[in-house]
Write a protein that binds this ligand. Structure first.
Ligand code: MLT
Length: 282
């Protein structure tokens, strides 16, 4: 079934947040899933999920601050940008939507934000989907790489940076057989405002290690990883999964880092099964 999704805006928390929403219809009996997107994309990367929500579930996907229709970088002008800025916005949004405890699904950078939300407000998280992401902080080599990305942004703007990223974001199967996905990801990334992209790099660079949080996550977790993900590979996902008391893991064949876009049917199916199994059907 294809569901209509609306693009909406909230100014809850004093900051404009743009988001996609399948709507607060009476169909949303089971709960709400809040989707947090990857770098350097926006909520539109979740369109294949919002087009086909699991029965009884409302799906909501914000543009994180500085991406898509959510202005940025914002935050405290005296402080470096932090993932907590995303957490502020996400909490303001779910409060405005009167969603007490969403299931939070984050892919890659969205997973970092989901774990930052767990650190700040674990009582607001009913369950977690951690897709193609990791809990540890950047090591010195990764930080140096981020610094080079900032320099490349300052030098040539967003598009060349995204062109360089696309071959790493997608798996070899997608790159070989589906050029339209590569074109879609390039278009999504290249349209993002440079300030938001730069601030996101700094947010990721400064993120704290969340490994110690994992063993305290008592809510149900689904770890998803593309079999061909070269950024956060299945081994990384397996290690993270093993540290959480109530986590299941699925590996998606034929997908790289953007598993939800590369294999949307399998991703949707795994998500729907998790929601049904762990939270009951509508
Ligand atoms: C992402 O897809 O969000 C990025 O690969 C995250 C990162 O650069 O660490």
């Amino acid at each position: 079934m294809i569901t209509a999704m609306l693009r909406c805006q909230s100014s809850a928390g004093g900051h404009v947040i743009s988001y996609l929403d399948t709507g607060p219809t009476e169909a949303a009996r089971a709960g709400t899933v809040l989707f947090l997107h990857a770098f350097p994309l926006d909520a539109d990367m979740w369109e294949p999920q919002l087009a086909a929500p699991a029965a009884g579930w409302r799906y909501v996907a914000p543009d994180l601050r500085g991406f898509g229709g959510s202005p940025g970088p914002g935050g405290d002008p005296g402080a470096p940008p932090s993932l907590d800025d995303y957490v502020d916005d996400v909490l303001a949004l779910v409060d405005a939507l009167r969603v007490e405890t969403p299931v939070v699904a984050g892919l890659s950078m969205g997973g970092y934000a989901a774990l930052a939300l767990v650190r700040r407000a674990p009582e607001r998280v009913r369950g977690l989907v951690l897709a193609d992401t990791r809990a540890d902080a950047d090591n010195p080599a990764a930080r140096a790489g981020r610094q080079r990305v900032i320099e490349a942004l300052d030098h040539g703007g967003v598009r060349p940076v995204v062109e360089g990223l696309v071959p790493r974001l997608l798996g070899r199967s997608t790159l070989a057989a589906r050029p339209e996905i590569a074109a879609q990801v390039l278009a999504l990334g290249a349209r993002q405002p440079i300030e938001g992209v730069r601030a996101a790099v700094r947010r990721m660079m400064g993120r704290p290690d969340a490994t110690a949080l994992l063993e305290g996550i008592s809510s149900p977790v689904l770890v998803i990883v593309g079999e061909e993900d070269g950024i956060t590979n299945p081994e990384t996902a397996r290690t993270m999964c093993g540290r959480m008391p109530d986590a299941d893991m699925v590996v998606i064949p034929g997908a790289g880092h953007l598993s939800n876009l590369e294999q949307p049917d399998e991703f949707n199916d795994q998500l729907a099964r998790f929601l049904g199994r762990r939270f009951g059907h509508a």
